[in-house]
Design a protein. Sequence first.
Length: 286
Amino acid sequence: MSVVNNSFRLALDIRRGQWLIANAETLLPIALDYLSHIPPQIDAEEFSASIYTSEALGRSTLSDGASPGQKCVVVIPIHGTITKYDTCANLGTTTISAELLRLAADKNVVGVVLDIDSGGGACNAIPPMVAAINKVRSMGKPIIAHCDFCASAAYWIASQCDAIFADNSMSEFGSIGVMTQIVDNRENRCGDKTITIYATESKDKNLSYRKALDGDFSFMQAEMTPIVQEFHSAVKQGRANIKAEEPGVLSGAVFRANEAINLGMANAILDLEGSVENVFVRATYK
């Protein structure tokens, strides 16, 4: 699908989507600007999966390749806001998950590291990544998450991996929750005032949105409950030792690396090369 059409989908998600994202308020001005202007084109070099070979743990691009028969670990970057489809601002999880499966299927690839630095993203971006992670695990290949900032939807993805490692002591994890944002343009704050009229037979159409504009958020909160329940269930299943009852863990708080480790949200602190080594060990000893 063209970038234009996918960008239109992103615009729709921004306006009406439910999001698993941390610090969303800081992104709202960007989202509003996106709806008014054409953002710069994505640089394809920003997404560059890498391979690490066992001999020297040397990093190289996939175009360089490894020697025939040489075992390697693939590192897949998941950076920035997570969306389902490619846009002119980022690559979506449909593309990332397809690339993950293509690379993991190589007989010389013994495992995968997801290199995560993200505050989360759209709810509909989660299923392709979870399905791909499960497929890699079904191949008998380890897949771990190496994380710096890992919040909300990004943590959902990481929690489904074999292990989660913090890059450093300042790495952060959490924001396990769901939110929805709407744009109130009734007072000319974001352009021309828009008036919407509904037929008398359509009293329930967009009811939760209209109620929220009137200050009643209970309808939208109820719509988010099934998503957050599924989120909680996935995290508990993926992280069996997580201390789910501790304050903040499942209610949206964010924790630094050492505290996240103590809460069972992460395993240890390992830099990227240490995480790659960990995959080699897991692949060797199953």
